[in-house]
Design a protein around this ligand. Structure first.
Ligand code: APR
Ligand code: ZN
Ligand code: ZN
Length: 361
């Protein structure tokens, strides 16, 4: 029998979000209903609300979540009711050209639940990133549920579902940061800080944090930055070169998503170094670079989509490292809030006051 729960919807372009009754169907074949325990507030939720992703209103927001599987549909064997899981938006298909070549973290045909959650009048909802977890319960594809050690706090675990995984993965998966590398991270919000934490975990020798806000630089230091540069006051390219023997960093991670910061990343990197773009640009942005520099400086220019993560491989591993005390995921949780506080959390996010606000259910 379908259930009625509370959830946060974005009703229309730029309209305030509100809590509504959501109808969650029983799980069909390959699906699972998850009782959500915690869900972080991410920029992408705000972009949905602003109509910046698409026009498929109303959206059921929320996608950085952890919870407990309540019920599974036919043919589901990877998870059972009672499992503690992090929800992911990369449920790999196993059959697309990327999966078949053994690169499932690039899967081009990830799946979501087939059935729709609705409002009580039958209006179909579009769940953010195929998840929709600012809700007491949500319906997902079973492959979107990744089991992890249940002793971790849900507000911490859920963060791996999106932003923090994107940042850590930008460093360890896409950037391939290794022992002894020099790393610079431009933009030290939740994603940049996660890239810093990931670089520390990977054994980077030097981690240079760049931001225009001194508060952010202070937090970056606590996450593992060895040096900080305020790029409002100091040219970051020169500062990074100076801190790396005049050469530039082996890996520069751009976690802002703007042409000017991308250029800084491009020139702050050592010859044959790597640039990782994990910040998300907007459609009108253009990048202009001398092609000779692109050629002459060698190395690789990569973008990192969801940290090139493979949830089944990365989530349990990172939770284990957290529980061992080697990765402080708790440091990303600025505040825990109620379902009714999402609009306020967007405000705080907009003002740069938080790394993550996490809704507790
Ligand atoms: N130079 C350096 N830092 C900058 C600049 C700039 N020109 N402009 C903004 N910043 C800093 C901000 O001060 C802030 O600390 O970038 C950081 C951005 O952080 P958040 O707004 O908290 O965003 P975050 O959640 O970290 O996401 C960063 O990744 O996933 C994408 O959509 C997301 O594009 C966004 C990026
Ligand atoms: Zn695939
Ligand atoms: Zn997100």
């Amino acid at each position: 029998m379908a259930q009625e729960v509370r959830g946060v919807i974005a009703p229309g372009k730029d309209e305030p979000v509100r809590v509504e009754t959501i109808v969650v169907p029983d799980p069909g074949p390959g699906e699972a209903v998850v009782q959500v325990q915690a869900c972080g507030v991410c920029h992408t939720d705000l972009h949905y609300k602003q109509g910046g992703i698409n026009d498929d209103f109303p959206f059921l927001l929320g996608h950085e979540a952890a919870g407990v599987v309540e019920a599974v549909g036919d043919g589901v064997s990877d998870v059972v009711p009672g499992d503690f899981v992090i929800l992911n938006w990369r449920a790999v298909c196993g059959q697309c050209r990327a999966c078949l070549r053994g690169r499932p973290w690039y899967c081009f045909a990830t799946h979501n639940a087939t059935q729709k959650m609705t409002l009580t009048d039958g209006t179909e909802l579009s769940p953010a990133l195929g998840i929709g977890a600012f809700a007491e319960k949500t319906l997902v594809a079973a492959g979107q549920c990744t089991k992890v050690d249940p002793t971790v706090a849900p507000q911490v675990a859920g963060l791996l579902g999106c932003g923090v995984m994107a940042g850590i993965g930008a460093a360890i998966n896409t950037g391939n940061v290794g022992r002894g590398d020099t790393v610079a991270v431009i933009g030290c919000g939740g994603v940049g800080d996660a890239a810093i934490a990931g670089s520390r975990l990977a054994g980077a020798a030097k981690i240079i944090a760049v931001d225009i806000d001194d508060r952010k630089l202070e937090t970056a230091r606590s996450m593992g930055a060895t040096h900080t540069v305020n790029s409002r006051q100091t040219d970051p390219v020169e500062a990074i070169r100076e801190l790396t023997g005049g050469f530039g960093a082996d890996v520069v991670i751009e976690a802002v998503g703007r042409p000017e910061t991308y250029k800084q990343a491009f020139y702050a990197r050592d010859l044959a170094g790597t640039v990782v773009l994990v910040g998300v640009p907007t459609p009108e942005m253009k990048l202009e670079l001398p092609l000779l520099d692109v050629f002459g400086r060698g190395g690789s220019l990569k973008s990192s989509w969801y940290g090139d993560c493979l949830p089944s491989r990365d989530f349990p591993m990172l939770i284990d490292l957290h529980l061992q005390g080697r990765l402080d995921l708790g440091a990303f949780v600025t505040e825990t809030i109620e379902l009714t506080d999402v609009e306020k959390a967007f405000e705080r996010m907009h003002h740069g006051d938080v790394l993550r606000s996490v809704v507790m259910l």
